[in-house]
Structures are given as structure tokens and as C-alpha cells.
Design a protein around this ligand. Sequence first.
Ligand SMILES: [Zn+2]
Length: 575
Amino acid sequence: MTSRGAALGGLLGSAPGLVFGAWAVVQNPWFLDRPWLFLGLAVALPAAALAALGALLDRRPAGRAQLLWLAPLHAALLLLFWPRPGPDPVKLLVVGVDGATFDVIDPMVAAGALPAFAALQGAGDRTVLRSMEPMFSPLLWTTMATGKPPEQHGVRGFFTRSTDCRVPRLWDIAEDAGLRVGVYKWLVTYPPREVPGFMVPGWLAPSPETAPSTLSFVKELELANRLERRQVAARRGTVALALAGIPHGLRFGTLWAAFRWKLTERLERPGTDDRQVAMQRIRGQIDRDVFVHAVHAHQPDLATFTYYATDGLAHRFWDAHAPGPDTPPARVAAYGEAVRDAYRQADAILGELMARVGPDTTVVVLSDHGFRAFRPGVDAAPLVPLTERLQARLGAQLGRVQVARLGQKLTVTAEEASTDALIEALAALVDGDGAPAYAWEPVPGAADTLGVELVVSARDAAALGAGTVGGEPLADYARLGEPTPGEHDGAGIFIAAGPGIEAGALPREAALLDVAPTLQALLGVAPAQDLTGRVLLGDPRRGPESRDGLAERFRVEGGVEGVDVEALRALGYLE
Ligand SMILES: [Zn+2]
């Protein structure tokens, strides 16, 4: 028999958590992914505390006040059984898994560790997606989205934004055909543009704009919680960001994981490797949450989701994933599963997305390139350009010159000479064979600056010692950098399942240029004749001669200048 005080206290204690839970699940039916944890922490715990307090204050027998317990009990049951929406009628779901390779997938599928990958390739077909050089993700994802090679789409260098893409991409063409689109973290989508649906830019974005702007909390959280890079202060506090995110998909389990990680960070001060693993994991959870919700809220015909931990963690931990005789056992013990865990998370997300779409949806999983170990003595170590000698040499000809290094790239600004004069001076710096030692490209938004890259081929100490730049020792202009344990490999993946796709439907190998025409055909839009790739699946008939004119129509201006150079560095593109 409880007392009146206990009954009243229990009611008061449980109310805030229950009201909050109701607010959350009404807007985000996926919020309670860990209902018992939520009910325990946010409802039962405060209810028990206030009931104990109430029991001290008012010891009279509860009598009919006992019935007060029924209200929170019913409310909790309602939360537990809150209905989840049925599948969304997406026409084409494209899941990008950056750097994914069958070399990791196949043994894991055989061991039963990747049920979604297994189900997808079992239901449809798969092939190797052959990548192209240079294997630089922003360029490759743009080639897949456009069906045009880099010479034509124009996205080649590091200083790239969506406005540099000169030809229409998959979602432009879909929108033109009257379809709704949802693009989640495809590379080179910053600045984002308003679409019938949603667009959340990928990791190169230097600031948090999204379309619609209600999703910018994702990018704010990402930019404010980066490791090894300059953090961009969020416009809102972490609690405000979490509250902004709950109605747009953030789940309790994700918030709980993030909270626990923040606590671990405070108490144990983990090293950078541990922090990378944890942050990639939480980022994957956040992305899944927001994408699932956005697809339901916006009902796109074309939905794309891209997952990057399979690339980022493979660069960093490939040596632990596939250890050699020299790999320290402690490293294998600590990080031997980091790469496979990323594939497990990709598989869990893929499984959830497959369950969220209908039987008429075609699901395509692809990667921009594969992965393999760095081969010492065979692969080139990165050549890191030095600034001092180059600055002095150019300065002697051109007056004041600024040379700054961004990883393996330089920016060169001639303050007292024209850009033409600067180009002329750079062109004169030839290697031992008489070829230019540097390549250059314009930097958007900085007319007096060039992005400059050392293109000499020396990749070991001997070649470095023998090489020259403009008649001077190469060693004054460059040093050898540290390679990352994992390297991009040419064999990416392409898996597809959906209506009419049967085993044997795909050729033995596909090319990046085949992706755009194939995805367009799967959307029911006849690909333009100027796309040189093949239509691997769906109706092979071709449409108009070209759709390049669409690029101008969908052009967007605005956003912050530049790209996220520090993000490039953290992913190993730059030293
Ligand atoms: Zn990579």
C-alpha cells in the first residue's frame, strides 16, 4: 500500500519525461529506438525519486490516489507501442559506401557478418565497378553523378564546389523529369540548392548550409565536433542542436551514445585513434537517423545516402585490419576490427534502409573505388612540397609572393605581379627532363591566387636526391611524407536489386561512366546520347542528344568560399 504522497510524487516525477517522449515520437516515430532505456532514465528514475520524497512528506494511505499511477503507466504503454510508419515508395535508392571493396565484403558475407549485403546481392546482381585515376573521391563521385569524365564535368582539384560542376548531375536530371529528390552527403554538393526534397552536403562543405535549412543541425554537429581539425563553432549549443535534431530524426539511442562518448572523452582522455573510431560510429548513426526521417518526410523518388567511415577508417587502420608480420599485436588487438566494424555499420544501415522502402524500389549500392594495403617500395610515398625556396625564387622575379602549404597542395599569391606573370614564372620551373615541375589551377574567389601542385615523379629518397626543379636540387622544393596504411584501389563495388534485376544482369565489370546512365534508366529517364557510359540495367533506350543545358538552370550561388581543407587532411588526402 503506497501513501498519498508517493502516488502524487510518482505522477509528478514521471510527467516531464512522458511529455517529452510524446513530443518526440509524434514528430519522429523512430525516436524511441531504445524504449526501455528511455523509460528507465527519463520516466521511472525521476518518478521513483519523487515518489520517495512524496512518501516522506505525506504518509497518509493512498486510497483512491493509488489510481494516479495508472496515468503514467498508460502513457508509457502508448509510447512503447507508438506506431512506426510503413515503407516509403522510393523509386531508386542509391547507397554510396566510400572505398568499399569486395575484398572485405566477401569474407564477411561468407561469415554471416553482413546480412544486408548478402540479401541484396542474393536478390539481385553485383559486379566490380572499375575506378579511374586520379582516385580522388570528390572527382569520382562527380563522375558517377554526371556520367561525364572530369575534363567535361570540371570537378578536378581540391578547391571545388558544386558550382564548378559544368554538367547536370543525376538529381538535376531527375528534378527536370518532375521527380522528387533527396541527396544525403554526396560529395561536391556544397553550396546546396533548394530541391523538391532535401540536400545535405558531404564532408567537403566548409559551413553548415542544408536544404531545407532545418537539417543544418547535422552539419553544425559535424563541424563543431571534428577531430584533428579546426572546429567550426556551432551556431547553437549542443543541447539546442540535439533538440533541433529530434523532430528531424535523431533517436534516443544516438543521443545516448553521443552522451556516453562525451563522458568517456572527459574521463579517460582517449587518443586520436579511439576518437576517430567513436566519432565515425556516432556520425554514421546520426546520418542514418536523419536520412530515414528525411526520406519519410519528403518522399523522394530518388534518394541517395553516402557513408564514409569505410574509407576514413580504412586509410587509418588497414594495417591493423590486414596485419603484416611487423604490425604490433597491440595495434591489431585494439583496431583489428575498426575497418570491419565500419562495414558492419554500413550493413546495418543498408538493412534498415532496405526495410524502409517498398517492393518496387530499386536499391543500388556502389563505391567510388576499392581499398588495399600500402605497398612499401612499390607505392609512391606522398611528396610534400616545401614553401621557402619556391617563395624566395618567385619573389626574386615577381616582387612580394606568398606561398602557403595545404597538405600536398600550395597556394601561391603574387601580390605585386599579374597572375599571367606568375604562371609564366611557374612554367619556367622545369624538372630534369624539361617538363614543368608544377601544375596550377585557379582558386575560386581569389583571382590573384593559384592552387599549385608539384607534379615531379620522384617518390623515393634516391629520386628525391637526384631530381631538380629549375636547375636547383628537388630536395629544396619537396620532402617525402608518411603514407597512410591503406590506399585506394581500382576495384570498387556495384550491387543492385529490384524489379526485373536478376543474377547475371550485370556485365563482369562496370565503369564509373556507366553509373549515371544506368541510374537514370532505373529512374525511368532515358539517358542523353552524349553520355558515353553503358546502360547496365533498365530500359537501354536513349533520350535527347544532351542535357548539359540543365546545369545552368540549376546553378546555385552563395555559400562560403573554398572547401574544407582540414577535412581533406584528416581523411588522408593531404598530409
Ligand atoms: Zn579515401
